[in-house]
Design a protein around this ligand. Structure first.
Ligand code: 0RA
Length: 670
């Protein structure tokens, strides 16, 4: 039987990796972080990705095109696919079913699969057995060879043998697991948006696979799109929250999604497809903006730190465009020298490669190291781009003109940047006049509040703990960096003040082209954005966050950026005062204080920070012992990019749509 043959082969591979085999699931439970990265929210969600990865593998092998993920009421996850089903036959050497081997032996899943582009060692590809080890309950159901097989596990141990429980016409695997709360001590609550972000990404990266997500914890109004008008409207029915992710075209549609609301230079993304040396799939498109957005993936894993595939892409891009421009005499207007970044201004690109034995390096093990990949990607990019430029001379000219403009602007930006640089180097001497600094010098203890407006700035200066809290008032709306070229950003006084106060210099590209900041002289380890709790205030917070996102990403990455949350209401009766952050809290406070008699009960709605006294601002928003800070984290960089360029870019309709769709999160003032 073929299955047995395969298992023999697999068995041999196990022996080769005997160290991994000897490590049982106990090892996973003892040191879970070694296998799934961490046991916080990220690791919790990672369990789902691990199972889904197996379904995607099955799809890539050509046996599956539908994956359904469901969050059950108790935060169990069910993943159902229509693949071949995990084999259930007897495993000769192991003397138990193959299903049990897959679910209890580390890395066994991948080893069955010859064509696998799975990652061994890295964060992904540790196998379903890992998920099994870290679940207090796991149920496996396999539809295969006309039969339904089922088996249950607890913390990686089978609760019984595989049972045949029925007959079936279809094939596939259904894995249901509940994360073990003794491992995931922080939280076992799944976040819909986090899962949706990753599943959407997977659907774009693997065209033709339908991936759905359903949340049985949450009932929402059913919405349908009106065929005639295209409007969304409610049907009046309540349904589970649900999304379907499917992409027919793959990466070019990923770009469309990422660039929603962005004006493009060319009608369609340029696509690179090659299977010559390794599978390479790339889509790129230039827009009228100035930021560079390149996402690179290896075996569906987002390589945040880039690596040889990204390097190859950049090389192929610059070389081909430069050759074309020279050959067609398009560089006559150029005064400055062309630098590699000029070829990537206003470029959105997604790079996806498959590497059989990827070497991952770098701090987060998400940087591809395989040297052979550089030339393969560079060649493929160059060849496809050559064809495009030759066939589309009008678009080619627009792209080259943009590059020439970028080079010219860069020369101007360098001057402005050097100004900022010179000022920050003399830190301490050249602090901005508006900064009310703190007396403490240990950055870990220091906080910088970025406050909207001089008047609120004044209140904050009065109310603060001047030992550890510094205040930098910002004039109204700071520059929208999403719409401005770099030179303008560095000309802005508010932005220069932020650099100087923080004690940092402008991020520089390192040898792999990643923008890095030197944070060794950072003067505050908490940078807190404090704005009014109204629409204008959120807009200003958005502008400041956009600036951090584009220019000081390392600050966000290190978890140094926070939002303050001033209260919305003060409910008062006599000497008793209750601050409230939500309408629910307010109503509860009115109920409680109003008991007996409503006489003397007042409800004050805070419109702005300026309406609070310095003591009130301290008590509610600044006092480290009582305040609520929201740390800014970036779970899914692509998702964040898209949100920022949409909210801050030039096309208004998607912004309005976003606000409408998310209105329940925003507080719209009358
Ligand atoms: C081992 C071998 C084969 C498939 C799978 C595992 C498999 C695992 C999962 C996990 C979720 N869905 C899955 N689908 C398949 C190969 C099967 C064969 O040779 O018939």
């Amino acid at each position: 039987m073929l299955e047995n043959e395969e298992m023999k082969q697999a068995e041999e591979q196990y022996s080769a990796n005997s160290i991994q085999v000897l490590e049982g699931l106990e090892a996973v439970r003892k040191r879970p972080s070694m296998y799934i990265g961490d046991v916080g929210e990220r690791g919790l969600h990672h369990l789902v990705y691990e199972v889904v990865d197996n379904c995607i593998d099955e799809a890539m092998a050509g046996f599956c095109n539908d994956v359904q993920v469901t969050i059950l009421e108790d935060n169990s996850i069910r993943v159902r696919d229509n693949g071949r089903g995990i084999p259930t036959g007897m495993h000769e050497k192991e003397h138990r079913s193959a299903l049990e081997v897959v679910l209890t032996v580390l890395h066994a899943g991948g080893k069955f699969d010859k064509s696998s582009y799975k990652v061994s060692g890295g964060l992904h590809g540790v196998g379903v057995s890992c998920v099994n080890a870290l679940s207090d309950h796991l149920h496996a159901e396999v539809h295969r060879e006309g039969k339904v097989f089922e088996q249950d596990y607890s913390r990686g141990k089978p609760l019984g043998d595989v049972r045949v429980t029925g007959e079936t016409d279809d094939t596939g695997t259904i894995i249901t697991f509940h994360p073990d709360a003794t491992i995931f001590t922080q939280t076992i609550v799944y976040k819909y948006d986090t899962l949706a972000g990753r599943l959407r990404e997977l659907a774009y990266l693997n065209k033709g696979i339908r991936i759905s997500l359903t949340d049985q914890r949450e009932l929402v109004d059913e919405m349908v799109t009106d065929e005639a008008s295209g409007d969304r409207k409610a049907t009046g029915k309540l349904v589970f929250r649900h999304d379907e992710f499917f992409s027919e075209a793959g990466l070019s549609q990923f770009i469309e999604y990422l660039d929603a609301g962005v004006a493009h230079l060319t009608a369609e993304p340029i696509c690179v497809n090659s299977d010559k040396i390794i599978p390479i799939d790339i889509a790129l498109q230039y827009n009228t903006g100035y930021s560079e957005k390149i996402y690179s993936y290896v075996n569906n894993i987002h390589t945040i730190e880039g690596g040889t595939h990204l390097q190859g892409f950049k090389m192929g891009l610059s070389r081909t465009l430069k050759n074309y421009a020279e050959k067609n005499n398009l560089l006559s207007k150029l005064k400055a020298e062309l630098s590699p970044e000029d070829f990537r201004e206003g470029l959105t690109a997604v790079i996806s490669v498959k590497v059989a034995e990827p070497q991952f390096e770098g701090q987060t093990k998400t940087k591809l190291g395989n040297p052979e990949v550089t030339a393969a990607v560079s060649q493929a990019t160059g060849a496809a781009l050559d064809v495009y430029l030759e066939e589309n001379p009008k678009e080619a000219k627009l792209i080259i003109e943009k590059i020439v403009l970028a080079a010219t602007a860069r020369a101007a930006a360098r001057k402005a940047r050097e100004m900022v640089q010179r000022k920050t180097v003399m830190s301490g001497v050249g602090m901005p006049g508006k900064l009310a600094d703190c007396s403490e010098r240990d950055p870990e203890k220091c906080e910088l509040f970025l406050v909207e407006g001089d008047s609120a700035g004044g209140t904050a200066k009065q109310g603060r703990d001047r030992r550890i809290q510094a205040i930098l008032p910002l004039r109204g709306k700071i520059l929208n960096v999403e719409k401005a070229i770099e030179a303008r950003a560095f000309e802005s006084e508010e932005i220069r003040n932020i650099y100087t106060a923080l004690g940092v210099t402008v991020a520089q590209e390192d040898d792999t082209g990643e923008k890095r900041m030197d944070l060794s002289k950072l003067r505050y380890h908490k940078v807190i954005i404090m704005t009014d709790a109204d629409v204008d205030g959120s807009h200003i917070a958005c502008l400041i966050l956009t600036f951090f996102f584009r220019y000081m990403f390392d600050l966000i990455k290190n978890g140094y950026v926070y939002l303050a949350t001033p209260p919305l209401f003060l409910v008062k009766k006599g000497a008793e005062e209750v601050y409230c952050w939500t309408e629910g809290q307010r109503d509860e406070a009115i109920q409680r204080l109003g008991k007996g008699s409503e006489k003397g009960l007042t409800v004050q709605r805070y419109k702005g920070l300026g309406e609070m006294s310095d003591m009130q601002l301290w008590e509610t928003t600044m006092n480290p012992a009582r305040r609520l800070l929201r740390q800014i984290t970036i779970e899914n960089a692509a998702e964040a990019e898209r949100t920022f360029s949409m909210l801050m870019g030039d096309d208004v309709p998607p912004r309005r749509q976003f606000i409408e769709e998310n209105a329940h999160y925003a507080n719209i003032d009358a």
